[in-house]
Design a protein around this ligand. Sequence first.
Ligand code: SF4
Length: 147
Amino acid sequence: MTAIAPTQPSPLTAERTVQTTCAYCGVGCQLQLHIKDNVVFRTDAPFNAPPNYGKLCVKGRFGHDYLWHPDRLTTPLIRRNGQLEPASWDEALSLVAERLSTIKAESGPDSIALLCSAKCTNEENYLMQKLARQVIGTHNIDHCARL
Ligand code: SF4
């Protein structure tokens, strides 16, 4: 088999390549993001890195245009007077803690349910069930893979 050489250089030659972990599911495949002008224009996988050794499913290979989508949330939002407004993580987390405490005091721990995500790591999901059971005091904890 003869390799075919490109007739001209690609206009999309990466300025940098970043190795990272796919955020779509808990398998944790390794990705290489090829970046130019701060845009990921191609994604593939390193052949020498577990667990995927160069392979990717369709989401990991092609599903990264959300990175620069204008609707992507890049900061927490808090609804004030009916309008969603940008807030800091400290503000947002304090508000959630305050509201959960109020709901628990008024209606009991089983009035609260938590839903985890396959996009979180095992460790994050473990901590979420600890928050549900040990801090809030409810077994109402589930996972998006069951929906
Ligand atoms: S490439 Fe596919 S299988 Fe691998 S972590 Fe991403 S979503 Fe999961």
